[in-house]
Ligand binder design. Sequence first.
Ligand SMILES: [Zn+2]
Length: 268
Amino acid sequence: MKSSIKITALIPISFLLFDFFPSISLEAFGPSGSFNHIRILKESFRAFTEETGYEIRADCQEMIVQGNLKSDSEFMNSEGYHCDNNNIFGCGLELRDLKSKSEKTTFFSDSMISIGHATHIIQDFYAHSNWIENHPNQIEIAPLEEPWMLLSMSHIQTGYYNLAPILHHEEEAVECLNLSFEEMQNFFPFATHICLNKDSEKTFRGGGSVESNPNITLHQWAGLHAVEHTKKFLVDAFNSDHKNLNLCLISKKLSFSCNNSIFKLRNE
Ligand SMILES: [Zn+2]
């Protein structure tokens, strides 16, 4: 009992330290996990082809990947780009804005970059929120593109990366680390990014298993949700006749799946 108290006393210091080194904690779907942003995109592009019969040209895939990865470098401190700080409504609005930018922009490359940023938001949402704890049995896509629908889901949250709102609530923030899988399904007022994120198997939550399926880690479950939602985002754009994405499409019959294969070779 005594030793557990000592360990608990050290936790606030350690998680504060983690948050003072953003490169450690904001690396959503970071390279140390089995699912990273590149893998999620690759799998989404393939699933897109299966569903629509069209491949996305390899150069367009590359620009989308670059846009996605830039969110963690150039836009590291924009919370909306990473669905952090319990502002899910804000990240939904950012997603809508990027989607509309990608449709309206004059420059084709800007459009692809905006699609990349948008897919980053979608992917980070599942790694940073308690959505997957609330959907342990089958993949359920969150209505991020219609964020007002999330306002009625008050139990869904993301964690604080910016620690200002939890100052003077350190004890509650540490308490979050003791919550069980089931308890994580509820809203917890002072949850930090460290307590919630599943960016890799090595994060506090990421290596844990889904209660109803012990063979799958929370990181993998977040990754599978991210693939499904990214594919849906692309298919929705295809169905709504997205003019810039349309320029990237090649019928699978004509391409012999070359574009997806070329992209498969891309270094992770
Ligand atoms: Zn991110």
